[in-house]
Each structure stands twice: as structure tokens, then as C-alpha cells.
Design a protein around this ligand. Structure first.
Ligand code: ADP
Length: 278
């Protein structure tokens, strides 16, 4: 239990101050706890493939020393486990880099349509390997967005990759870009560009939706790992979208599929919001 020594400025009612400090301590404790959980989760995720690697190396140096067939098989597994660790470390590094510049919004104008087209092109093969058809639907012109090209590419990469991974084989993944002339309640104010990534997979039960962007939160951990997931993709997406003062909206229906929509303020709107903020 936190003990707070109340600070009462002379001649003023200090009640509110005491309340605020208690609240701050609760927030601090929660973020400390989250950080500790994060380190524990990350270590656990790394330890599993590491333990497998050590085990296979021991076997290859000992009992399976002269077994050519075992060498082939074990090296294959070791390669896959090393890739898994590499994906995890890359995602952890991305997350910490994004956290570091979360409070310095980007300043350059970028073409979201071009970024999405490039990402979609790099994912064509992956889609084909799951017999998924990737369809891009975009208007002739879109307003510019103030953004970080590499980070936005990572957002669309993660969302489209998830749609391919969790979508059903032989269905379509549709990426729809549109310009929205004015804001709706609860989303970005003013003109915006929206990118909606829709799949026809199994969908996500409502109870999971609020936690989906938490680090290492997975609906089905075994399935995510088997598909090469790190459990960090959507946490990365959320941080990047926040840095761009945008919104991530998730709609999903069990048995039908999911749509992940990113709403990004158009260049003029972002500048106005920055002026408002400060
Ligand atoms: P992962 O590396 O596990 O895919 P993410 O952070 O990208 O991690 O996603 C978190 C979890 O959200 C996934 O493990 C999966 O359970 C769920 N998820 C994400 N995208 C989809 C989708 N398009 N359809 C169904 N479930 C999804």
C-alpha cells in the first residue's frame, strides 16, 4: 500500500492534490507492473527457442553425431527456431524505437496509396502460398498524410500479413483506401485517409477485441506461433498509429472475418491538430 505524505500549500485546499498523487501512484504502479510483465513475457518467448537450439546442438554433438539424416532434420528445426528468435528480436527493437519517438510526430508528407501498393507487392508471394487473393481497391487520388514512410509501411505490412495468416485459404483479402472528407464522432476529426484491411477468416470473439493490441496477447497462442507470429504485430501497429494521431478500429464477426481500419488525419488536418495541441 502506498503511503503518501499530503502536501498542502498554505492557504489552499490540498485535498485535490492528495487525490492526484494517489492516482499518479496507481498509474505508476500499473505501468511498473506492465513493464515487469513485458520483460517476463519477452524472456519467456526467447527462452523457448533458445532451449530448443541448445537441446539440438547437444544431441548433434552427442548421440546423433554420426547420423546424417538426423543432422538434416535437426538443422532444419534449428534454422526455424533461429528465425523465430530473429523475428522476435526485430519486433522488440521496432517497438522500443517507436516508443522512443512516440512524442515527436512525423513532419514529412507521404503518399499512403504508394506505401500500401509497395507493401502489397512484397506480400503477393506470401498470399499465393496460402492461396489467398490480395485485392487492392483505391481511388484515383488521395490527400497526402503527414507520416513516417517506414513506420506506415510496417503498419500495413503487419495488418495485411495478419489478414493473410488468419484468413481462410482460397478467399480474398481486400485492402480498401478512401478519402474521408469530414470526421465522425469518436474517430479522427476532419479530413482523413482510411485504409481498411478485410479478411474472410474465422473472426475474433468480442471479448478479445479490447486486449488485441496488448503486447504478446494472442487469441490462440499455439496457432499464432505455428504461423510464425510474435504476438507483437498489433502492439507495434497501435503505437505507430498513435504517433500519427490516427485511430485503429477493429470490427470482427466470428465465422465471417475481420476488418482492421486505420484512420490517418490528412496533411492539413494533422497540422491543424498540432496547432490546437500546442
Ligand atoms: P501475432 O504475431 O500473434 O499474429 P499480433 O499482435 O499481430 O500477433 O496479433 C495478436 C493476435 O490477434 C493474434 O495472435 C491473433 O490471435 C489475433 N489476430 C490478429 N489479426 C487477426 C485477424 N486478421 N484475424 C483473426 N485474428 C487476428
Amino acid at each position: 500500500q502506498a503511503r503518501v505524505k499530503p502536501f498542502r500549500p498554505p492557504g489552499q485546499d490540498g485535498g485535490l492534490l492528495v487525490l492526484l498523487s494517489l492516482h499518479d501512484i496507481t498509474v505508476l504502479k500499473r505501468s511498473e507492473q506492465m513493464r515487469a510483465d513485458f520483460v517476463a513475457n519477452a524472456s519467456h518467448e526467447l527462452r523457448t527457442p533458445l532451449a530448443a537450439l541448445i537441446g539440438f546442438i547437444e544431441t548433434l554433438r552427442g548421440p546423433a553425431k554420426d547420423d546424417r539424416a538426423a543432422h538434416e532434420r535437426f538443422l532444419g528445426i534449428m534454422f526455424e527456431q533461429s528465425n523465430r528468435m530473429s523475428r522476435l528480436v526485430n519486433d522488440l527493437l521496432s517497438l522500443s524505437r517507436i516508443e522512443m519517438d512516440e512524442h515527436s510526430p512525423p513532419t514529412a508528407e507521404v503518399d499512403v496509396g504508394k506505401i500500401v501498393r509497395n507493401v502489397a507487392a512484397t506480400l503477393e508471394l506470401r498470399a499465393a502460398s496460402r492461396k489467398v487473393k490480395l485485392r487492392l481497391d483505391q481511388p484515383d487520388s488521395l490527400p497526402a498524410v503527414v507520416g513516417d514512410e517506414d513506420q506506415l509501411a510496417q503498419v500495413f505490412q503487419n495488418l495485411i500479413d495478419n489478414a493473410i495468416k488468419y484468413g481462410k485459404e482460397q478467399t480474398e483479402v481486400t485492402v480498401t483506401l478512401s478519402a474521408r472528407p469530414s470526421g465522425r464522432a469518436g474517430t479522427v476529426r476532419g479530413p482523413a485517409v482510411t485504409v481498411a484491411v478485410a479478411d474472410r477468416g474465422d473472426g475474433i470473439a468480442r471479448t478479445h477485441l479490447p486486449r488485441l493490441t496488448e503486447r504478446f496477447y494472442r487469441v490462440d497462442p499455439a496457432r499464432s506461433r505455428a504461423l510464425g507470429g510474435t504476438g507483437l504485430g498489433l502492439a507495434i501497429v497501435k503505437h505507430i498509429v498513435n504517433r500519427h494521431r490516427g485511430r485503429l478500429v477493429i470490427d470482427s464477426e466470428v465465422g465471417k472475418g475481420s476488418t482492421f481500419t486505420v484512420v490517418l488525419p490528412a496533411a492539413g488536418a494533422a497540422a491543424a491538430e498540432r496547432r490546437d495541441a500546442g
